[in-house]
Design a protein. Structure first.
Length: 269
C-alpha cells in the first residue's frame, strides 16, 4: 500500500497559486520577482490573496492598478472621469470628452498646461485670449447651473483657476514670477530695494510723476517705463533660459518697480 504524501511541497503550492491568476489581472511577468524558496508558508490570508480578487480600485476619479503581485508599492496612477470613469482622450483633463462632466481641479496641472504651452517666458500672448474663451465656454459656472452641487463646485474651482492662469500669463511680470515659482523659487515682490543705484532711480521717477504738469508729461514717463520694462523683461528671459536665477530675481525686482510707476501714472491720467 503506497504511502500518501502528508504535505504539498511549497514550490508546487506557489506554482498553483500563480497559475490561478485571473486572465484580466494587470500582470506583467517581467515584474514578478518573488522567490519560491521561502522558509515558511504564507499566512492563510495575505495581501496577495486580496490583490488576486481586487486588481484595481477607484479612489474618487483615480483608478489605482496594482502592477506588481508581490508589492503594493508599485502602482500605476491613472486619471479617469469621476462620473463615467472614461480615460481622458487628451490633456489637460478639465472636462471629460465622453460625458462632458467637469472634473475636479488637478494641482499637477499648471497654468502653461491649461493653454497647451511650453514652460517658457516668451509666449504668444495674443493667442491666449481665444483659448481662455474656449475654456470658459466649457467650464463657466453659469453653464452648469442645472448640474449637481458637486459638479457646480468643480466648475467654480476650474473656472477660477483658468481665470488666474490667463491673468498670470498675459502679464510679463506675473509670468516671470510664476515661472520661478514652478522652479521652487519664491519671489518677494515687497522686498526692500538694496541697490543704491536702483533706489535713486526710483525716487527720481516718482518725483517726476508728482511734478508732472499735464498728460503729455505723464505719457512721456509712461513711455519710458514701458521701455525699461521691455529691457528688463528681455534680461529676465535670457537669465531664465540660462538658469541664472539670481539675475532673474534681480530683473523681477526692477520690473516690479517700473510696473508700479506705470500704474501710478495711469491713475493720474
Amino acid at each position: 500500500m503506497s504511502k500518501k504524501k502528508l504535505f504539498t511541497p511549497l514550490s508546487i503550492f506557489m506554482r498553483k497559486r500563480l497559475t490561478s491568476i485571473p486572465p484580466d489581472f494587470p500582470f506583467n511577468s517581467s515584474q514578478f520577482k518573488c522567490s519560491t524558496s521561502l522558509l515558511s508558508p504564507p499566512p492563510s490570508i495575505t495581501p496577495y490573496d486580496r490583490l488576486l480578487h481586487e486588481p484595481s480600485r477607484y479612489f474618487g476619479n483615480v483608478r489605482v492598478s496594482i502592477r506588481s503581485v508581490c508589492s503594493a508599492s508599485s502602482q500605476k496612477i491613472e486619471s479617469r472621469c469621476w462620473n463615467c470613469h472614461a480615460i481622458p482622450e487628451s490633456a489637460p483633463f478639465l472636462v471629460c470628452q465622453s460625458c462632458r462632466s467637469i472634473q475636479p481641479v488637478d494641482k499637477s496641472i499648471d497654468y502653461f498646461d491649461i493653454f497647451g504651452l511650453e514652460k517658457n517666458y516668451d509666449i504668444e500672448v495674443k493667442n491666449l485670449e481665444g483659448e481662455y474663451k474656449n475654456w470658459q465656454k466649457k467650464i463657466h459656472p453659469d453653464l452648469v447651473h442645472s448640474k449637481s452641487e458637486k459638479e457646480r463646485d468643480f466648475a467654480a474651482e476650474q473656472s477660477a483657476k483658468v481665470i488666474d492662469a490667463y491673468r498670470t500669463l498675459t502679464r510679463p511680470l506675473s509670468r516671470a514670477i510664476y515661472l520661478l515659482k514652478l522652479e521652487g523659487i519664491e519671489v518677494d515682490d515687497e522686498q526692500t530695494v538694496s541697490d543704491p543705484e536702483l533706489l535713486a532711480e526710483i525716487l527720481e521717477i516718482r518725483e517726476a510723476v508728482e511734478d508732472a504738469a499735464d498728460s503729455e508729461a505723464l505719457n512721456h514717463i509712461r513711455s519710458e517705463m514701458q521701455e525699461k520694462l521691455k529691457h528688463w523683461s528681455n534680461v529676465f528671459a535670457d537669465a531664465f533660459q540660462s538658469r541664472n536665477f539670481e539675475e532673474a530675481k534681480s530683473s523681477i525686482q526692477r520690473m516690479t518697480y517700473y510696473e508700479r510707476v506705470t500704474d501710478e501714472v495711469a491713475k493720474k491720467l
